[in-house]
Design a protein around this ligand. Structure first.
Ligand code: ADP
Length: 613
């Protein structure tokens, strides 16, 4: 017999279970049955793949045995079981991505219940109700079984055993019942039946207690909608998603004809923890004629809808279909297209029918949905229609594009936006001035993904999307235009000289139509990288040539007027060149940018200030 230590993260999680911050202790049984059910699914799949596997699949089931005298409860399955290495790896450690992050959040949060549910409490939840847990298991590949035991403190013991039956049994040495602590008598047949009915009724394998089958095993997606309760949907959702919260929205679909399938999909009320992690999961569960075939079936859900959980049950697929085959199958592709359209149209109707649910969904997973604007060109318009963005219209209410278009002013042709690091930088940037003067609304795009999709989305509802920090912003009347042309001529020499003087930093200097109160701003050409994007690429280690942008001057600003006059009088002086540098530096600072040579800027500025005193 060997005594081993739990990995430190596992130990922390166990402590949480023992000192149970989680009030609903009944759920430990759901977790055990869920694991047993998975183990039965896995064994059946394995026998398809490996015809020589030494396993009996004639009566796969789960048994619950209670011993009132010994105060033990055993959950037994004749599924895939675990090898000794499996037990050490799966039970002694937590391999899930995001565990450290999760534990950190848990410490900082007072909503530990929600968080812990989101994580999926799993096998360790047994320590909420037991002082000691014994697990005996055998994998069909090994002749010997393994016995694992622990009190949930820092160590566990593990030893080989002869004669272990196929599968796994988990025996809980129960704590005394204690109503105050929400600890029921888990040896009571009535209590066990109640919990199984409530949480695990839909499990496709028989769950037996005293030789009676206590679950109805009905697949929810095969029952008429009218007969399934919200609560049943919610439990099923928890079973497949490991999210403790109820789903935000339930979607059912049915396709008849040559390729028959049923789908039951859920939208979450909280972003999955791994939503933006590298090793994130996606996809729904695939069943074939009520039989579980695979988890996380990527072929059925695109990357940007990775938060959608659920089940698709197809009639005409082979049970041992592989992921590779699924990726190429035409029927599967058609099915995926219909699932995607259904998810998008459901979100669309939420916008009008359930605005609060929509707002929650958008807050939690909107950044993922926006990836679809790049990935899924076929559905781009449908995706645009369900997007919301911060805007200058309201400080806290995001707006849809349709709402934006409704508010567009007389004569406004485009949908204006600006990308940047934060709302504050954008709001304070000089680029916004002329639009503000005209009372035009501007979308404030601050998600990193925004930088990516704006370039691939030309228009919404026939209205072009236009960055206010790029290209020429055309906001003038005909009169203003001819006045400007006059001015351009007047300023031509100054602009040429400035362009030469600042040639290391800018590629052009021109007069601006977007400024009202600032002297200058810096803008990009329509196809230039934005400063944020440039920063992102550089941070990712990409080599980029220096990107020069355009300096725009406000000809009505006293500083620019002064410069114009001074240039006519004494062109080419060093002092004027310094003024040019200062104006460029100010424009850079105004948009939240960084000065190339800050100490030089400060020195020039200090000199000037000195002379004013
Ligand atoms: P989760 O089920 O969320 O993965 P658990 O802590 O409940 O987390 O279980 C960890 C792993 O241990 C499971 O993923 C599974 O591989 C294995 N396991 C647990 N129970 C069983 C069982 N009854 N039979 C076979 N393997 C099991």
């Amino acid at each position: 017999m060997e005594t081993l230590e739990f990995q430190s993260e596992a130990r922390q999680l166990l402590q949480l279970m023992i000192h149970s911050i989680y009030s609903n202790k009944d759920t430990f049984l759901r977790e055990l049955i869920s694991n047993a059910s998975d183990a039965l699914d896995k064994l059946r799949l394995e026998t398809f793949r490996d015809k020589d596997l030494d396993a009996d699949i004639s009566d796969l089931h789960i048994t619950i045995e209670a011993d009132t005298e010994q105060r033990t409860l055993t959950v037994r399955d004749n599924g895939i079981g675990m090898t000794r290495e499996d037990v050490v790896r799966l039970i002694g450690t937590i391999a899930k991505s995001g565990t450290a992050e999760f534990l950190r959040k848990l410490k900082e949060s007072d909503q530990s219940q929600d968080l812990i549910g989101q994580f999926g409490i799993g096998f360790y939840s047994t320590f909420m109700v037991a002082d000691k847990v014994t697990l005996v298991t055998r994998h069909p590949h090994s002749a010997q079984g393994v016995r694992w035991e622990s009190t949930g403190e820092s160590t566990y013991t593990i030893e080989d055993v002869e004669d272990a039956p196929q599968g796994t049994s988990v025996t809980l040495h129960l704590k005394p019942a204690d109503a105050e602590d929400n600890l029921a008598d888990y040896t009571s047949t009535a209590k066990i039946t109640e919990i199984v009915k409530r949480y695990s009724d839909f499990i496709t394998w028989p769950v037996r207690l005293e030789d009676k089958e206590i679950n109805s095993r009905k697949a929810l997606w095969a029952r008429p909608s009218s007969e399934v309760t919200e609560e049943e949907y919610a439990e099923f959702y928890r079973h497949i998603s490991h999210d403790w919260n109820a789903p935000l929205e339930t979607i059912r679909m049915q396709a008849e004809g040559t390729f028959e399938y049923q789908a039951l999909l859920f939208l979450p009320s909280q972003a999955p923890l791994d939503l933006f992690m590298r090793e994130r999961k996606r996809g729904v569960q695939l069943y074939v004629k009520r039989v579980f075939v695979m988890d996380d079936c990527e072929a059925l859900m695109p990357e940007y809808l990775r938060f959608v959980k659920g089940v698709v049950d197809a009639q005409d697929l082979s049970l041992n279909v592989s992921r590779e085959i699924l990726q190429q199958d035409r029927q599967i592709q058609l099915m995926r297209r219909r699932l995607v359209k259904k998810v998008l149209s459901t979100i669309k109707s939420m916008m009008t029918d359930k605005p609060e649910s929509y707002a929650t969904l958008w807050r939690e997973v909107g950044a993922a949905i926006k990836e679809g604007l790049i990935q899924d060109t076929e559905n781009r318009d449908a995706i645009l229609a369900i997007c919301s963005f911060a805007s200058t219209h309201s400080a806290d209410e995001p707006t849809s594009l349709a709402q934006y278009v409704e508010r567009m002013k007389e004569g406004q042709e485009h949908i204006y936006y600006m990308t940047g690091d934060s709302r504050a930088t954008i709001e304070n940037s000089p680029h916004l001035e002329a639009l503000r003067a005209k009372d035009y609304e501007v979308l404030i795009l601050t998600d990193p993904i925004d930088e990516m999709w704006v370039d691939s989305v030309p228009a919404f509802d026939g209205k072009q999307l236009q960055s206010i920090a790029k290209g020429q912003v055309d906001l003038e009347t005909e009169e203003e235009k001819s006045a400007n042309e006059e001015r351009e001529k007047d300023f031509a020499d100054l602009l040429t000289w400035l362009a030469e003087t600042l040639s290391e930093n800018v590629k052009q200097v021109r007069l601006s139509t977007r400024l009202t109160t600032s002297p200058a701003c810096i803008v990009g050409d329509t196809h230039d990288l934005t400063p944020t994007l440039e920063k992102m690429y550089r941070a990712m280690g990409q080599e980029l040539p220096q990107i020069k942008r355009i300096l725009e001057l406000n000809p009505t600003h006293p500083l620019v007027e002064g410069l114009h006059k001074a240039f006519a009088e004494r062109s080419g002086s060093d002092e004027l060149a310094e003024t040019a540098e200062l104006i460029y530096g100010m424009a850079l600072l105004a948009e939240g940018g960084e000065l190339g040579d800050a100490s030089r800027f400060v020195r020039l500025l200090a000199n000037r200030l000195e002379r004013t005193l």
